[in-house]
Design a protein around this ligand. Structure first.
Ligand SMILES: *Cc1c(COP(=O)(O)O)cnc(C)c1O
Length: 387
């Protein structure tokens, strides 16, 4: 068995040598030639019901299947250790497909552990897709289960406060109900929830998997049975990942381990520097002992990652700081090669109910590949200009 770095470089590229190419081929066809109605119709039927075409079988239409997209999915399956992966246009399209599959399965109740990404919280809170939600804190899952509970959803580390939860305990609390872990912040480099009993792993591939801030996508790593249901939803709703972003996201997988490790090393330095800054009230970073009371870094996660948040004294100061940064960018999103800073309460978590909204004194930083000294210096000058 290859090591994880080797797998990241080669994942999803198994058929390239046979094709006589070295880089990932980009197949942009929206439609595929048909030999006759009978074989075309058979392939259509297979894919519309969640199957995948056999080698040589026509792929009919890009909304049903595409080889460039399928290679990215194979790559994600290798890294997450899943039987299958199903990709979507965005992380939110991936979540929507999981929710619709649960509703279609007759189990529309979702137990969701807060905090979650603002968009995920929003889609659950509105019930727009036919789900009914009970929001809980870790430890509250078992009491919230109902006969029609189809999913338990959680993030660890959570967006935006970096709270960690014990996936194995969550799975046992869920008592057989499928658990979906949003693994966007950890990536499979640091954490593989399927090995801990989760049924589904969701990524906003827009973030670390792509890693360069230039392609959107979402992907769910899971078993073959869920994959069939998710492909069916995708074929019907059309929220598919298209070849060009799939190509970019797949290319990102090769450098994912080195990026994650380098960004994590810098994040640790930035967290330590912020913790000793007199204007910083609190640093939220899983690599700081006080942020990991369950000791999950080094066990569940191989490292603390490169996302951190910090709090200053007032909401006004927190809102003013991002406008003062010089090298880094004031922007939402995360997981790319450059450092981004944003105010969760005002932006990414704006739609979240007041009772569950992040503190307005909090800022979230996605640490990039710049020199850590430059990141610390830029943050310090922005904080000192305001506080
Ligand atoms: C960004 C994000 C999402 C949503 O993904 P999109 O690609 O923006 O649709 C979901 N979960 C987490 C943790 C995220 O950070």
């Amino acid at each position: 068995m290859l090591g994880w770095d080797s797998r990241a470089v080669h994942a999803g590229r198994e058929d390239l040598a046979g094709l006589g190419v070295h880089a990932i081929p980009l197949d942009m066809s929206t439609t595929a030639p048909l030999a006759d109605v009978a074989t075309g119709g058979e392939a259509y039927e297979l894919m519309a019901t969640g199957g995948v075409p056999a080698p040589g079988q026509t792929t009919v239409y890009q909304r049903l299947w595409n080889p460039t997209v399928a290679r990215f999915e194979d790559g994600v399956s290798t890294l997450e250790g899943s039987a299958a992966s199903v990709s979507f246009a965005t992380g939110m399209a991936a979540l929507a497909a999981v929710l619709l599959a649960a509703v279609a399965g007759g189990k529309p109740h979702v137990v969701a552990v807060r905090p979650l990404y603002g968009g995920s919280d929003h889609v659950l809170a509105t019930g727009l897709l036919g789900t009914r939600v009970t929001f809980v804190h870790p430890g509250g899952v078992r009491a919230a289960l109902r006969p029609d509970t189809g999913l338990v959803i959680a993030e660890t580390p959570a967006n935006p406060d970096l709270r960690l939860l014990d996936i194995k305990s969550l799975v046992s609390e869920a008592d057989g109900v499928p658990v979906m872990i949003d693994n966007t912040f950890a990536t499979p480099v640091l954490q593989r929830p399927l090995e801990l009993g989760a049924a589904l792993v969701l990524h906003s591939a827009t973030k670390f998997l792509g890693g360069h801030g230039d392609a959107m996508g979402g992907v769910v790593a899971t078993d073959t049975e869920w994959a069939v249901r998710l492909r069916q939803v995708r074929a019907i709703t059309g929220g598919l990942l298209t070849p060009w972003p799939a190509y970019l996201l797949h290319r990102g997988l090769a450098t994912l381990p080195v990026r994650v490790r380098a960004q994590q090393e810098s994040a640790h330095k930035v967290a330590v520097a912020l913790a000793s800054h007199e204007a910083v009230a609190r640093v939220l970073y899983p690599g700081l002992a006080e942020c990991d009371p369950l000791g999950l870094v080094g066990t569940q996660m191989s490292g603390p990652g490169s996302m951190l948040s910090f709090e200053v004294d007032t909401a006004e100061h927190a809102e003013a700081i991002p406008s003062r940064v010089r090298m880094m960018t004031h922007a939402v999103s995360l997981g790319g090669v450059d450092t981004l800073i944003q105010h969760p309460a005002g932006l990414t978590h704006r739609p979240v109910a007041a009772a569950a909204k992040p503190h307005a004194t909090m800022l979230r930083v996605s640490i990039g590949l710049e020199d850590p000294e430059d990141i610390v210096a830029d943050l310090a000058q922005a904080i000192e200009a305001v506080c």
